[in-house]
Design a protein around this ligand. Structure first.
Ligand code: PLP
Length: 401
């Protein structure tokens, strides 16, 4: 058998739950990526809001290789220095007093939902177990997190699913007031619905959620898996809104491309997890934590966060100018470097065609649902890469429109 790897190999050996692009990336640097044949792409996708500092950022490579020469894994039977350093940094920089680490966003949410139920059970009894989530939301792919997520397409065929979950329309305060009761243990919200189409929560909705949770003894969980670690121009998006959750989940950009997830919470709530109640073999792995510590150190610098807001202006101005030339978008929205361009009604449902047209012009982009083009580039992308990427998008729009 030949050793050659090609896109056809995917169709031979992989479970077909993805449909990746026709090329195979083999190398990346900053916001540029090269495929097997040396073809160069500009990356506006950022590994789905993961590569916060672009590809192979020298300080992340140094943090990873330095740790790789010291200690890779010991499990949570032992603790390690990188995990404690990371937990200390995150608790210094956020509302939280305590951190739990895992390997992905879905697992961070799974931990958050379990902690909320356990806390309610400890303090109020088992009847207080209902989780209120938003329609159109996305919280991961485990059975619990797809059930809490507000997109029925992700639970179809997987019944029976966990019970005790209610869904309410995003940004509808009256519906939220009806949904939250004394049996509610948690309300979970993405401050910006990423997969759902890059839709930001209204400040009044988040404030109402905070008040309702306080009134009913429920915990407010913000899923910041996609919006966290600088993407909005603040370290976490709750800081932009000034509404503080009880539990926050983080992943994606936290590791800048190295898998890690975190659940952050306060001391009294954390106490509901005692030794043995929850865990993860790899959670708090030294390699992941060494890289994440460096990511958070860099991204939390005020000039890096200010740079996200400046790049937002440049990207949005460029996208609006493109839309004057090729009027295909009815809305260009988003916060920081999480941008959504919603297709006008005559192009509705064709976001994937635009993604393919961009690929043909050597530009990597994302979609968020059938009608929204999503951009989540590196938080430190060069102006030149922004401008050249927009030129490539213009070429794609010329073919698509
Ligand atoms: N929560 C949100 C808001 C997300 O956007 C995602 C992934 O897109 C997840 C959770 C799941 O994260 P992961 O794929 O790392 O499990």
């Amino acid at each position: 058998m030949s050793d050659a790897i090609s896109r056809a190999t995917f169709d031979q050996v992989m479970v077909p739950n993805y449909s990746p692009a026709g090329f195979i990336p083999v190398r990346g640097l900053g916001s540029r990526v090269w495929d097997q044949g040396g073809r160069e792409f500009i990356d506006f996708a950022g590994g789905i809001a993961v590569n916060a500092l672009g590809h192979c950022h020298p300080e992340l490579v140094a943090a990873l290789t330095e740790q790789a020469q010291k200690l890779w894994h010991v499990s949570n039977v032992f603790t390690n220095e990188p995990v404690l350093r990371l937990a200390r940094l995150l608790t210094e920089l956020t509302f939280a007093d305590r951190a739990f680490f895992c390997n992905s966003g879905g697992e961070a949410n799974e931990a958050a939902f379990k902690l909320a139920r356990k806390y309610a059970s400890d303090h109020f009894g088992a009847d207080k177990h209902q989780i209120v989530a938003c329609k159109n939301s996305f919280h991961g792919r485990t059975l619990f997190t797809v059930s809490v997520g507000g997109q029925p397409k992700y639970t179809e065929g997987f019944a029976p699913v966990p019970a005790g979950i209610a869904h309410t329309p995003f940004n509808d305060i009256e519906a939220l007031e009806r949904a939250v009761t004394d049996r509610t243990c948690a309300v979970v919200i993405e401050p910006i619905q990423g997969e759902g189409g890059v839709l930001h929560a209204d400040l009044a909705f988040l404030q109402a959620a905070r008040e309702l949770c306080d009134q009913h003894g429920a915990l407010l969980i913000f899923d910041e898996v996609q919006t966290g670690v600088g993407r909005s121009g603040s370290l976490y998006t709750y800081m932009e809104y000034g509404v503080t959750p009880d539990i926050l989940t983080s992943a994606k950009a936290l590791g800048g491309g190295f898998p890690i997830g975190a659940m952050l919470t306060t001391e009294p709530i954390a106490k509901s997890f005692s030794p043995g109640t929850h865990g993860s073999t790899y959670g708090g792995n030294p390699l992941a934590c060494a890289v994440a510590h460096k990511v958070v150190q860099i991204v939390s610098q005020p000039e890096v966060l200010a740079g996200v807001k400046r790049r937002h202006q440049r990207m949005v101005a460029g996208l609006r100018a493109l839309n004057e030339q090729y009027p295909v978008f009815k809305d260009i929205r988003g916060v920081g470097l999480l941008l959504g361009c919603e297709l006008a009604p005559e192009y509705a449902g064709r976001a994937r065609d635009l993604l393919k047209a961009a690929e043909d012009q050597n530009l990597m982009v994302l979609v968020a649902g059938p009608s929204v083009l999503r951009l989540a580039p590196s938080l430190v992308i060069d102006d030149q890469d922004i401008d050249q990427g927009l030129e490539r998008l213009a070429a794609a729009l010329a073919v698509f429109a």
